[in-house]
Design a protein around this ligand. Structure first.
Ligand SMILES: Nc1ncnc2c1ncn2[C@@H]1O[C@H](COP(=O)(O)OP(=O)(O)OP(=O)(O)O)[C@@H](O)[C@H]1O
Ligand SMILES: [Mg+2]
Length: 112
């Protein structure tokens, strides 16, 4: 793989706050296509929050997140970021897999 390949996920200085409490304090991360990355850290350190930010289930308060080279959750107009509407966000999310920590499975369905 070349160093110029578009990363699957790229995070730049991602900041997330809940009620003024800064949970993600400028997270930088890139994941290349085919690469396997583990986020490890104590309970409450923000691992799930970061994953939820990647598919825009949480709105970030600073920085930027790209999935396959496309800005996640926003469209850029010059200096301005405009949030995508729910349909556009859902379309982007459809290409991102996620297993929730509380699985949120359908109780009436089985794997089969
Ligand atoms: N919706 C929310 N509102 C307020 N605070 C939140 C919310 N979601 C997460 N937090 C807080 O953000 C912090 C990070 O939580 P998060 O669930 O991301 O941690 P984690 O690293 O995934 O922990 P664990 O290892 O237990 O899964 C915690 O202090 C949590 O209480
Ligand atoms: Mg978690």
């Amino acid at each position: 793989m070349t160093g110029t390949a578009t990363p699957s996920v790229a995070a730049y200085q991602v900041i997330k706050r809940f009620h003024g409490n800064e949970i993600l304090k400028g997270v930088d991360m890139t994941v290349q296509r085919g690469e396997v990355v583990c986020l490890i850290g104590p309970s409450g350190s923000g691992k799930s929050t970061f994953l939820r930010c990647i598919n825009h289930l949480e709105k970030i308060d600073g920085g930027a997140l790209y999935v396959d080279g496309e800005l996640m959750g926003y469209r850029q107009y010059g200096e301005k970021l405009i949030e995508l509407n729910e349909t556009e966000i859902a379309r982007r999310r459809a290409g991102i897999g996620m297993v929730f920590q509380r699985f949120n499975l359908f109780s009436h369905m089985t794997a089969l």
